[in-house]
Design a protein around this ligand. Structure first.
Ligand code: SF4
Length: 81
């Protein structure tokens, strides 16, 4: 986990290979990677590189990805619908 940012990935989203590929493609700082089994995982050592672009939030279905700003009392970027 990063010191400043934590990225939460819904397990249902993480399990979908097409979404995993999309997340790995859109994040400019490689916070998501596609595992050998096709699913997505967050790369903890990259979390603090997040530039808050929201591309992952928009690429995933609602509530699929949440970017938590640990430095800002846990406020977050997420899409509820
Ligand atoms: S907000 Fe942007 S930089 Fe941060 S995890 Fe999502 S895609 Fe990557």
């Amino acid at each position: 986990m990063g010191m400043f940012i934590r990225v939460d990935l819904d397990p249902k989203v993480a399990a979908q290979a097409d979404l995993a590929k999309k997340l790995a493609e859109v994040c400019p700082v490689n916070i998501f990677e596609q595992s050998a089994d096709g699913g997505a995982r967050v790369v903890p050592e990259n979390e603090d590189e997040c530039v808050l672009c929201e591309l992952c939030v928009q690429a995933a279905p609602p509530r699929g990805v949440r970017v938590v700003k640990l430095y800002d009392e846990g406020s977050s970027l997420e899409r509820l619908e």
